[in-house]
Design a protein around this ligand. Structure first.
Ligand code: ADP
Ligand code: MG
Length: 348
């Protein structure tokens, strides 16, 4: 038996620790866009711009008009496990913000050429910090910029070749980002969004101010056909609230590409929830066809666990079964008998 020589145990250099952690949060450009958009939304912005080059492979910039970050907190914002969103376990269990792990900026900045620029209402100019993936930060230094925050991520994974190898063609990466942005636009009607790719404005939607502009946004994102063949719903039971649009059985699809589900404003991809909806439509759709819907579920934050996975796609409810029953019953009642669409579901 030959043993390798004993190696001393040492703490990982913090930048390397960030790069390792980045593996969980930042898989590809779309994951960067998701984290930056969540931050922009959490900042209270009502106007957000996403600017991409080469599907995000070359550069990703997200600009918001939210509350900004104070100059002397910029370096804190980019360090690991630093967050303004959760200070205690009590706050974690009732978290309402989209972010709370305090990891995104530290992770993203460890695998890219990164600049964070921000200006609060108290500042006379914007301030910025930047680093090239090596943990050596420049700044804060003054910069030009309006109130709010802009994050620029260039050359993602330039210093982690193994990850960079997995980047796809710009077109493929862009399609994923476009899908994500669409979901986020749908779930935040009160926010205006602009998406620019390679210098071309792909989407430019003003914030919705009334029912009419909301319908307009729905039409832009899902098409007139969906609007014509769907019913607006609103159900309440216990402390749960379900609203949105459900496609009529006549408007069915070969794919699940028009299924949008949001829980407390979060984009979720939850297999159990999707299954509950599949069951709701089971009697009215042919085998192999899929429903279209845009649904918003609101539950008390303490009944929801969003801390299941770092990317926060999945959620758990403390009353899983009952929530699924509520959704299934509400939607089934609607698509089964369209005229009763606005009836309320009785709890029980
Ligand atoms: P988290 O969102 O989980 O708190 P992040 O690493 O994404 O962690 O961000 C760290 C902190 O930086 C946030 O808690 C917030 O205080 C601040 N921050 C990040 N992005 C923005 C933004 N666009 N506007 C205002 N503050 C921001
Ligand atoms: Mg965040």
């Amino acid at each position: 038996q030959t043993l390798a020589p004993i190696r001393a145990i040492a703490e990982l250099p913090s930048n390397l620790a960030d790069q390792i952690a980045a593996g969980e949060v930042v898989e590809r450009p779309v994951s960067v866009v998701k984290e930056l958009l969540e931050n922009a939304l959490d900042s209270g912005a009502d106007q957000i711009e996403v600017i991409l080059q080469e599907g995000g492979n070359h550069s990703i910039e997200v600009i918001d008009n939210g509350r900004g970050i104070a100059k002397d907190e910029l370096l804190l914002a980019v360090s690991r496990h630093a967050t303004s969103k959760v200070y205690s376990m009590q706050e974690l269990v009732a978290v309402q913000s989209l972010g709370f792990r305090g990891e995104a900026l530290a992770s993203i900045s460890s695998v890219s050429d990164f600049t964070l620029r921000s200006r609060t209402v108290h500042d006379k100019s914007a301030w910025q910090v930047s680093a090239q993936g090596d943990g050596k930060w420049h700044g804060p230094e003054p910069a030009a910029g309006a109130n709010g925050t802009s994050v620029k991520v260039n050359n993602l994974f330039f210093n982690t070749p193994a990850r960079k190898k997995f980047l796809r063609a710009p077109r493929t990466e862009f399609m994923q980002i476009e899908q994500l942005v669409k979901r986020i636009i749908l779930s935040h009607p009160q926010v205006g969004f602009k998406l620019v790719h390679n210098g071309k404005t792909v989407r430019n939607l003003p914030a919705c101010t009334d029912e009419k502009s909301l319908q307009q946004r729905l039409k832009m994102l899902l098409g007139q056909e969906f609007v014509d063949h769907s019913l607006q719903i609103e159900f309440e039971a216990q402390d749960w609230h379900l609203s949105g649009w459900v496609g009529l059985p006549t408007f069915n699809r070969a794919q699940t590409d028009m299924q949008y589900l949001f829980v407390n404003g979060r984009v979720v991809k939850d297999r159990n929830l999707s299954f509950a909806l599949k069951q709701a439509y089971a009697d009215v759709l042919y085998h192999g066809r899929h429903a279209a819907y845009v649904l918003f579920l609101q539950v008390p934050p303490e009944q929801l666990d969003v801390n299941v996975h770092p990317a926060k796609h999945e959620v758990r409810f403390s009353r899983n079964r009952e929530v699924f029953d509520f959704i299934r019953r509400s939607v089934r009642d609607t698509v089964g008998k369209p005229l009763a669409a606005t009836d309320s579901v009785q709890p029980g």
